[in-house]
Design a protein around this ligand. Structure first.
Ligand code: HEC
Length: 157
């Protein structure tokens, strides 16, 4: 019985430890991801890729102007694939600099192994998820650069 209780306590500790390690990262859920990037770790305080700073001209289907913010895990990834937990948040603007949509890619271990485990989401500026998960459009178009881990605004050397 004593052994059983010890084993129970040890596995409990391991669970709590694992939970604290990953507690800061949301699952594949658009509302949890939005909460993470706006409340827990506001993306506007993140960095830009060194080769893609501030407002930049963009291509369809995204807006004509954009900013792409990346979190620490992404910026600290020196070669593709980037680390799990990496997030890129793209603000899509009109020509007149009106924020139209926010598109996000978030790398989750085991989420979609066929397409580099990215969770995709497209939000209104107010945070309503229009599309999320593994939309064929996002995966297909970004997948043309699978070797660069589906990332299009930053070239890994
Ligand atoms: C037809 C091609 C195409 C489709 C479809 C597409 N994208 Fe993109 N995406 C791009 C291009 C090109 C860029 C580079 C920036 C630009 O030109 O706007 C980009 C950049 C991004 C970035 C910045 C990170 C990076 O460097 O890749 C995110 C985040 C993103 N897209 C999310 C999405 C999401 C979410 C969807 C689906 C709802 C989506 N994209 C659908 C072409 C596409």
């Amino acid at each position: 019985m004593k052994r059983f209780i010890t084993a129970l306590m040890v596995s409990g500790c391991v669970l709590v430890f694992a939970a604290t390690l990953f507690a800061d990262m949301p699952g594949p859920d658009p509302a949890a991801l939005w909460h993470h990037i706006t409340v827990e770790s506001p993306y506007q305080q993140w960095q830009f890729w060194p080769d893609h700073q501030g407002m930049q001209p963009g291509r369809a289907p995204h807006g004509p102007r954009h900013k792409v913010y990346v979190n620490d895990r992404a910026i600290n990834s020196k070669s593709p694939p980037v680390q799990y937990g990496s997030i890129a948040v793209k603000e899509n603007y009109s020509k007149k600099n009106v924020l139209k949509a926010i598109t996000v890619m978030y790398k989750i271990d085991g989420y979609n192994p066929d397409a580099n485990d990215w969770f995709w989401a497209k939000y209104t500026p107010q945070g309503k998820a229009d599309k999320y998960g593994k939309p064929k459009g996002c995966v297909g178009c970004h997948g043309t650069r699978a070797k660069n881990d589906f990332i299009l605004v930053h070239e890994f050397k």
